[in-house]
Ligand binder design. Structure first.
Ligand SMILES: [Zn+2]
Length: 414
């Protein structure tokens, strides 16, 4: 038998999301709340007030990550950490990140409503600059806390106008102490919108996220030679664009043979890029993604061999440079089991999946057992004003977050 009992207060949560949605609001319902701007400060101030109204102990660390701590029965135990980010893209939606933070707040409010005590403390976190829209890299606050990024580099990062991260953090009043970082949580759990169409296509309300899909970024340079387009016969040319177009077709046709492989040539530059000159050089990017690291690496190897052969036949040159390579990160099976039990208890439809996008959970996974929970994005849209999630899915996501947090906060080990 399944139970459809809902503990969380959806009306209160939606009202809280609505209050967030007016700070940096855009004409078509979206949000512009770039990290460490005046809008971000205003949102942080309101969030801090909400944390304090719940009686949580609040603090922020040296990267501006904000925390609210609810005590447990044994405060020597490591806390269950939940949250996401309140910053947005320049033209973002009202749910991306926000749902994970304000959903976590609703979990705490519900625990208070029902007078529940847990063994472990529970902490909420709002990570600084997840989006990477103002300061690069993305997921800066979580990555810095997990010590993936060098502290000095993070502090000195500048936005496009040359404004320094650390100065902005000080200006808005959220530069805290290093001791305030939460580097040893018992576990981390992040609720987020999917930002893609898979859950909607599969007609599932929840995605239990097993990890973050790895990727390989390459840059190919094809070199031929320039000549006059009006005077050089076709058989005398070394046209880099012609060869590049054949290579790019090959990249896609080889990928079609492999289930679940994603590949894209997203950036392309011919030179001299002139109408009446045969191009002597084309530089293009190759983005390769697959859940299985071995399959991704095997495709890359076969692709490189194949492209080299094709180039040899045309008597031109090809260089392929590695730009970036990140393996698939797998989340904690134990936390996924906890979420699965909660989901099944309520009879909510769900599937297990990988995340195609990066999230704060990626870096938290380096320092603590971590997992994520997705709810559907209507039409798979995100990072745009049209981004939307249904109330019916929001309630399920936050309810499963609530049940999972309670279970985890009473667990001795994972
Ligand atoms: Zn996000």
């Amino acid at each position: 038998m399944t139970q459809q009992v809902i503990d969380i207060n959806l009306a209160r949560l939606m009202e809280t999301i609505q209050q967030s949605a007016i700070i940096g609001e855009l004409p078509n319902g979206g949000l512009s709340r770039l990290s460490l701007t005046d809008e971000d400060k205003k949102m942080r101030d309101l969030f801090l007030k909400w944390l304090q109204e719940c009686g949580l102990e609040t603090r922020f660390d040296d990267f501006g990550n904000m925390y609210g701590r609810k005590k447990g029965r044994n405060n020597k135990l490591a806390p269950v950490l939940i949250g996401s980010h309140l910053d947005t893209q320049p033209k973002g939606g009202r749910y991306d990140g926000v749902l994970g933070v304000l959903g976590a707040l609703e979990v705490i409010r519900t625990i208070d409503d029902l007078g529940i005590e847990t063994d472990r403390p529970i902490e909420i976190v709002n990570f600084t600059n997840e989006e990477g829209a103002r300061f690069q890299p993305a997921m800066l606050g979580s990555g810095a806390m997990a010590e993936v990024f060098n502290k000095q580099n993070v502090q000195n990062t500048k936005d496009q106008k040359g404004v320094i991260f650390e100065e902005e953090l000080e200006r808005i009043g959220y530069k805290g102490l290093k001791e305030n970082r939460q580097q040893k949580p018992f576990c981390f759990l992040e609720l987020h919108i999917e930002q893609g169409p898979v859950l909607e296509d599969q007609q599932k309300s929840l995605g239990l996220v097993m990890g973050i899909q790895g990727m390989t970024w390459l840059e190919a340079t094809v070199t031929g030679s320039t000549s006059h387009t009006g005077t050089t016969p076709m058989n005398r040319r070394k046209d880099a664009v012609l060869l590049a177009s054949k290579l790019i077709s090959k990249i896609y046709s080889m990928a079609e043979e492999i289930p679940n492989l994603l590949v894209a040539v997203g950036r392309i530059q011919a030179s001299p890029n002139v109408i009446n000159t045969v191009s002597d050089q084309v530089v293009f990017s190759i983005d390769i993604r697959h859940p299985d690291n071995h399959i991704r690496e095997r495709y890359e190897k076969l692709l490189k061999e194949s492209l080299s052969m094709m180039t040899l036949v045309e008597e031109m040159e090809l260089q392929i440079k590695d730009l970036d390579r990140i393996g698939t990160d797998y989340f904690s099976k134990e936390i996924i089991d906890v979420m699965e039990k909660a989901t099944e208890k309520h009879g909510f439809s769900y599937m297990k999946m990988l995340s195609g996008a990066g999230h704060d959970a990626k870096y938290m996974n380096r320092i603590a057992p971590t997992a994520m929970l997705f709810i559907p994005s209507v039409n798979g849209l995100s990072h745009c004003e049209e981004e939307f999630s249904e109330r019916a899915d929001i309630v399920k996501g936050v309810q499963v977050l609530y049940d999972s947090v309670l279970a985890l906060a009473n667990k001795e080990t994972l």
